[in-house]
Design a protein around this ligand. Structure first.
Ligand code: ZN
Length: 200
């Protein structure tokens, strides 16, 4: 951010009075313009042994596969946002069943809240941000063609739980190794993983 959204004046870096870190500061208005993390909400929609995936029609990660997910809007609950993104990207009307994972990506200032969900109407249809949507079996997940590391880890946690026969709510940090592509899950690890079993 270069200019003040209130007066149009040029911003500078400054630790405001009483603060403990550098902010973008407008000397004319004497206010700080804070930059805070973004929340990404999404759904793991299951149908039997299949999962709903979308292929992205927008950058970043154009042409890659993801679960329906996007940025939370103001005034929206996490669950409502996840259901809305699923409607927009996959034309799918869903009921949110349970929280699945909270994943911190502090290196890009994003925090994912993923939910498990099921369809309330049978039809799916690719939205404007999707090239296509599909029901994908676990063995057919395109791991090398997934859009985002957070999606990779959410799916892995889901399948690990299936193997163990116990569903969990997960929490953890998806920590970048500091080298290599930020879009490749191989350059990340799941750190500080906490989990709580949920009753079926
Ligand atoms: Zn200003």
């Amino acid at each position: 951010m270069k200019f003040c959204s209130a007066c149009g004046g040029r911003l500078e870096d400054k630790v405001p009075p009483g603060d403990d870190r550098v902010r973008r500061w407008c000397p004319a208005c004497e206010v700080a313009h804070y930059k805070n993390p973004l929340v990404v909400v999404g759904c793991l929609v299951e149908r039997g042994d299949e999962l709903l995936l979308c292929r992205r029609a927008i950058e970043p990660a154009y042409g890659k596969w993801t679960v329906p997910a996007g940025f939370l809007e103001l005034g929206e609950t996490l669950a409502d946002g996840a259901a809305r993104e699923t409607r927009e990207e996959a034309g799918a009307h869903v009921e949110v069943l349970a929280p699945h994972s909270h994943l911190d990506l502090t290196h890009i200032g994003q925090h994912y809240a993923m939910f498990r969900a099921r369809l309330t109407a049978p039809d799916i249809k690719a939205g404007v941000e999707s090239l296509e949507c599909a029901w994908v079996r676990r063995d057919d997940i395109p791991w090398d063609e997934l859009a985002f590391p957070a999606v990779h880890f959410a799916l892995r946690l889901l399948f690990d739980d299936q193997d163990a026969g116990v569903a969990h709510v997960h929490h953890g940090q998806i920590r970048w190794s500091g080298a290599g592509s930020r879009f490749s899950a191989t350059n990340y690890e799941l750190a500080d993983h906490l989990r709580t079993p949920v009753r079926p």
